[in-house]
Each structure stands twice: as C-alpha cells, then as structure tokens.
Design a protein around this ligand. Sequence first.
Ligand SMILES: O=C(O)/C=C/C(=O)/C=C/C=C(\O)C(=O)O
Ligand SMILES: [Fe+2]
Length: 314
Amino acid sequence: MPLAVVTASHSPLMHTVAPRGDAQTAVDSAFAQARAFAAEFRPDLVVVIAPDHYNGMFYDLMPPFCVGTAAEAVGDYGTAQGPLAVDREAARHVVREVLAAGVDLAMSERMVVDHGFAQPLELLFGGIDAVPTVPVFINSVAVPFGPVCRTRLLGEALGRALLALERRVLLVGSGGLSHDPPLPTLDGAPPEVAARLIAGRHPTPGERAGREARVRDAGLAVVAGEPGPRLNPAWDRAFLDLLAEGRLKATDTWTNAWITAEAGNSAHEVRTWLACYAALAAAGPYDMRSSFYRPIPEWIAGFGITTAEPRRNS
Ligand SMILES: O=C(O)/C=C/C(=O)/C=C/C=C(\O)C(=O)O
Ligand SMILES: [Fe+2]
C-alpha cells in the first residue's frame, strides 16, 4: 500500500503578523493545494513528524526521537488544546519496528506536543483530532543533536515499518526552512530561563502569553522595518532541489554547525522533512508533485510546502 508526503513550514506568527505583499495569499493557496493532495490520497493514517519548542520536551529528559502512543497538544499560538487521535496500535508497531531496525527512539504514553504538530494537522485536516495519527518527535531545537544521517536512517526505518502496515499512510513533516526565531538556549541562560528549559511544564496563562508576545514582537519588529534574523533562500532552494532529486544521502556530510551557520538555529527542523522523504524513498523512487517556497521575513521563516508520492509507472 502506498505512502505519500506533505511537508510544510510552521510559524507561530502565521495568524498574528501580516506579511508584506501577497505572501499570505500565496501561502494560503499552497496549503490549499497540499490539502487537495492529501484529500485525493485518502490516507487512513497520518504520521506527523515535528519538533517541539520547550512545551512537551525538556532538558530533564530530552530524547533525540520519540513516538507518542498517546499525545496531547498544549494549545499554543492559537492552536487547539487537547488530545490527538493517536492510533495506538500503529504507534506501538512503529516503535517496535524502528527499534528492531537498530534505530534508537523513545516512546511516550503521554507525549505533549505544541504548534509544531498542531498547525499542520489543523491546516491540512481541519483539527488536531480529525485523522488517526502517529506523532513522531524529532528534536530540532535543544542542542546537542546527533548527526543528520541518524535522521535519514530513522526515516528509512519508519518507511519500512509503515509499508508493513499495508495502509494508506500520509507522512507530514513540519518545520524549517532557514530561520532563527527567538528561542532561548540552555548555554548561558539566566537561572529562571534555564529552569524553564529544563522542566517548564504547565506555565501559567501569563507566562505563556509572555512567551508568545516575545515571539510576536520579533515579527512585528520586522514589519516595522527592522532587519530581523537572516534567512537563506539559496540554502532553502538547494535543500528543496536535493529532496526533489532524491539525493537524500547528500545530507550525510552536513554538520550541525554548518546547518546553524548557513540557515539559523531553527533550520534543524528540516530534519522532519528529511525523515519524511527518507520514509517515502523506502517505497522506491518518488516524484515531488508540488513545491512552494517564499522567504517571509515577517514570519522569520524561509517558508516551504511540498507534496510527493511514489513514481507512477509510465
Ligand atoms: O520563546 C519561547 O519560549 C518559545 C518560542 C517559540 O515557541 C518559537 C517558535 C518558533 C517556531 O516554531 C518556528 O519554527 O519559527
Ligand atoms: Fe518551529
């Protein structure tokens, strides 16, 4: 049974900061195209691969990869709060098979997720609990990271596990591309920030509002004419080309320091895209069906959306 892929950037600023020109319309229409692709594929399982931003995963125990056999969204940046419709049996199958393939990953019976998971579920399917889901977390924010090839191998193992299910599985990758939004780092953090990064679960509504306001203000500063964090459209386009041409192994030589220097601290979120495409490649040659890209400084994001499916016999 087939696999298919949709990947999309997410942004906490998407619904609160208006970008210049026609960027909003262009993004809306690219999402409409991705929605139509997903609807036509008729998935009976959606595997969402996404990062977290210190809402569910903290430095008290930070896994590189984790599958949720049950999951709840915190409801940040205007996304819904509540349980995801996790397909528990499929999630447990994925954990078993990926571990058996030699790729270590954690499992959570109470995974907590944020807008990284919720935004694509809402934008593609209309809600966080609208489709049977297996949530797969890839740490893309909390350094240190393992080598990029580990993510590719995770994707390959995931793809093989999903093929064995004999279901119509849509993989959704969330995050990237080049971007560096304001996110605290543990190194050099003042004690109260470090405490939040280590175990900042259940913030008060005031604390959450403060965090969200800081990110929104960064976007509004760009709207007001400040330069904002650097994006790297050339790097983003090269990554999109690499995916379209199936040259996934080329990322094995990428170092984490190089990714950060070229594309920003949060560019590591492209690991979610790499895992999706590696999973799809496990089913054989594929074709990218659509590829949208815009640098959107007001959202502090090189913003991309792609769709892909196995190559059809001609
Ligand atoms: O300041 C904080 O504690 C949290 C900041 C965020 O959650 C920022 C998120 C940014 C993205 O998800 C992005 O990919 O741009
Ligand atoms: Fe993010």
